[in-house]
Design a protein around this ligand. Structure first.
Ligand SMILES: NC(=O)c1ccc[n+]([C@@H]2O[C@H](COP(=O)([O-])OP(=O)(O)OC[C@H]3O[C@@H](n4cnc5c(N)ncnc54)[C@H](O)[C@@H]3O)[C@@H](O)[C@H]2O)c1
Length: 345
């Protein structure tokens, strides 16, 4: 099979990771790297590279050797750029979040359908071995009913000027939630609280609370101001629970056979007496996970979808579900933290 000719547009902080992973993937041929700051494009390919660099996006769009374009520019530019790529007949991989609004995202999904091109949103974390395993386990029912999802993503982060901490960091947790919740279980509302203690002009610390359709609940904490880096997600189930600690390479994922069962339909007073509450204290196992960079699996998925003409695991629709939740969260903040209903499916 011929390798897919790819261009990367946008080589600031994240784009060079796309460049490196595309170069390392046999099924893809990185042909052009584009940034309006051409020095950054040159830096991304290295001084001795023969890969063409340019600061003119139109050159990439009109290049017949380019089948697909990976976009890692600021979020405010995603919709226009991705639309132009699709209209030029290119397959598109867009960095998260897909766009700045649901309306923009829907335009992209419609254009991908119209021009019969692959549209993938780089929800990178969905391609980590840990999250893929979590999804296998939740889909197979190994955790039982999902009772709660608790995700903390905090560190001394880059304080962005164009978007708040929800739009910057929560797409990760929201896309993971979307990816691991089994069929028929989804968030039904979101309430959001944020704070801007450094006067950045928008929230730098934020909390999202999302009741789930099965009676469970999800909570997401995102924060640019934390002195330490914490990336921990717990998925609690009626049978087993998972703890994913992304900053602990020695043991990223742990599965606990521990929990609380309530036997029979206990009334409030019975619970207080602990009459029907039993505690399960079983084993903890650490599932073996392959070590593989998520972005290389994402590139493989993108190229595979182009060859096979199928929808990516993180397609435009998944990008839109994340945008719907972010828009509802912004509305919740305007309403002082009130729960705003979500209709995701
Ligand atoms: N998947 C992840 O884990 C991850 C991590 C970080 C950032 N991101 C995403 O990557 C995207 C870029 O973020 P970043 O931190 O690299 O931003 P950045 O500001 O560091 O880099 C953006 C680059 O795009 C260039 N650019 C801007 N407009 C352009 C245009 N119209 N055409 C060509 N180049 C243009 C800029 O010159 C700059 O070099 C964002 O969507 C962000 O959310 C994803």
């Amino acid at each position: 099979v011929e390798p897919i000719g790819i261009a990367v547009v946008g080589t600031g902080y994240w784009g060079p990771n796309l460049v490196r992973n595309i170069q390392g993937f046999a099924g893809a041929d990185l042909r052009v790297v584009c940034d309006i700051d051409v020095d950054r494009a040159t830096l991304a390919v290295g001084p001795h590279s023969t890969i063409r660099v340019t600061d003119v996006v139109e050159d990439v769009l009109s290049d017949p050797a380019i089948d697909a374009i990976a976009i890692a520019t600021p979020v405010s530019t995603h919709a226009d750029l991705a639309l132009a790529c699709l209209q030029a007949g290119k397959h598109v991989l867009v960095e998260k979040p897909l766009a700045l609004s649901v309306a923009e995202g829907e335009k992209l999904v419609a254009a991908a359908a119209e021009f019969d091109r692959v549209l993938m949103c780089d929800h990178t974390y969905c391609f980590t071995p840990a999250v893929r395993r979590i999804r296998e386990l939740t889909y197979a029912g190994a955790l039982g009913d999902i009772q709660y999802f608790d995700s903390v993503r905090i560190n001394l982060g880059l304080v962005r000027g164009d978007i708040d901490v929800f739009w910057d960091l929560a797409p990760h947790d929201l896309s993971i939630l979307d990816f691991v919740l089994p069929e028929g279980c989804e968030p039904v509302a979101v309430s959001a609280q944020g704070a801007d203690p450094i006067n950045a002009g928008h929230a730098c610390v934020g909390y999202l609370t999302l009741p789930l359709s099965n009676g469970g609940i999800a909570h997401i904490h995102v924060n640019w101001l934390s002195p330490t880096k914490v990336r921990t997600t717990i998925v609690g189930g009626s049978k087993r629970s998972l703890l994913w600690d992304d900053v602990n390479p020695a043991q990223r994922l742990s599965m606990y056979d521990k929990g609380v069962d309530l036997n029979g339909s206990a009334g409030h007073r019975d619970v207080q007496r602990n009459a029907l509450v039993s505690y399960r204290v079983g084993d903890m196992v650490a599932p073996a996970l392959p070590e593989r960079e998520a972005l290389s699996s994402a590139i493989e998925e993108f190229v595979g979808c182009i060859h096979e003409g199928r929808a990516p695991l993180t397609d435009g629709e998944s990008g839109i579900r994340v945008l719907r939740t972010l828009e509802a969260a912004a509305r919740s903040i305007e309403l002082g933290g009130a729960a705003v209903p979500l209709h995701l499916s």
